[in-house]
Design a protein around this ligand. Sequence first.
Ligand SMILES: Cc1cc2nc3c(=O)[nH]c(=O)nc-3n(C[C@H](O)[C@H](O)[C@H](O)COP(=O)(O)O)c2cc1C
Length: 224
Amino acid sequence: VSAAAIDHARLNAMPFGDVVFSQRSIRRYRPEPVPIPMEDLQVIMEAAVRAPNGGNAQPARFVLITDRARIEKMASLYKDAWWAKRRDEYGWRGIDDIPADEKNLLSAARLAETMDRVSAIVLAFGRARNRFGQAENDATSVVPAIQNLMLAARALGIGSIPTRLHPDVLERVYDLFGVPEGAYLHLMIPLGYPASPRAFGLSRRLPTSETVFLNHWGDAVPWA
Ligand SMILES: Cc1cc2nc3c(=O)[nH]c(=O)nc-3n(C[C@H](O)[C@H](O)[C@H](O)COP(=O)(O)O)c2cc1C
């Protein structure tokens, strides 16, 4: 199917401003995963590849995982990787070890525990010489596509969140999905229907009066 034949008008069901201003990380998915229609997945991926990339070299590659058995394997790898990192960093072994005021980490831990509830997973790759290290050569060409992907998903009522995998599990991920030499996994993006209808909403950010300068670093914008 050519891009011209893609029914991108299905994304117009929600006004663009509402999409951008209600897109945020979704970490709780419905307990019984509902498959995402293939037409929705297609328009999401078509939106992803419309994003800018350096020199139009189009280095990004994606593995779209819809097979339940593979989603469960990936979810299990993600969970192992998430806890391995927290064990190394803080000595935590389970949710009960996380202090109650660590809201973000508690929420991230719950996502790690329930990653098998998502309806699909996108693995987003670029090229790199050292695919087990930090050589994120193509990050600036891959990340815009992921943002387009997440916005398109949100327009269809599908939640998502960018996640990074601990380098320790990369080899297992590459083996599981037959990823060739030279490809580097930047981000894993689960997709699914949120557990709560109120899950989407305005993200919390610093005021732009603190993060945007007019004409010169430190100079106030007129709306400050
Ligand atoms: C590069 C990157 C990696 C991230 N990795 C994780 C992750 O592994 N687990 C997680 O729960 N959230 C992850 N996030 C989501 C951020 O925590 C989230 O975007 C941030 O807290 C802002 O919240 P919001 O997206 O709801 O506005 C990641 C985001 C980015 C951009």
